[in-house]
Ligand binder design. Structure first.
Ligand code: ZN
Length: 157
């Protein structure tokens, strides 16, 4: 994995070994899988809005490398309880940072999430880190009403 600092490793491995908000999503059809073929990461995502208009439930299921799993786990922690507007803002900032268009310092206010900014040093792993985020963005975009939404299939274009 190269020269990753210890904080980075600690956070990533903790979320990889003990993913937050991982749940059995076998009720979701395989056509809603979000995949990163270059690494083999494959996730389903479920996003449920609460009556208060905030994200009440955001969970994922599937398998992936340490970075994709940790990123999905960290994302779920940050997005639950947020309004769709707040969630979209964070998703856009995160994707801009991972594309190298914005400084990783932009993630400072989001706590542990900032460690994922370090992935920009490893271009091949950026797709791993952004997989769940693209899925969540599509889910928020396609949302109409309060039905559960799993995002559209094949999110990596
Ligand atoms: Zn991966």
């Amino acid at each position: 994995m190269g020269e990753l600092d210890s904080l980075y490793m600690e956070v990533i491995l903790d979320h990889y070994k003990f993913p937050r908000n991982r749940a059995d999503l076998s009720h979701i059809a395989d056509e809603y899988l979000h995949e990163n073929p270059s690494c083999g990461d494959s996730f389903k995502l479920e996003l449920v809005m609460g009556e208060d208009g905030k994200i009440e439930r955001l969970c994922f299921d599937g398998h992936g490398c340490a970075i994709s799993t940790a990123s999905a786990s960290l994302m779920s922690e940050r997005l639950i309880g947020k309004t769709p507007e707040q969630a979209r803002r964070l998703i856009e900032v995160f994707l801009r940072v991972l594309r190298g268009e914005e400084s990783p310092e932009s993630l400072e206010e989001w706590g542990d999430l900032k460690v994922l900014g370090g992935v920009t040093q490893f271009p091949l792993r950026v797709k791993c880190a952004t997989l769940a985020w693209h899925a969540a963005r599509k889910s928020l975009k396609s949302r109409a009403g309060d039905m559960p939404d799993y995002g559209t299939a094949k999110s990596m274009g």
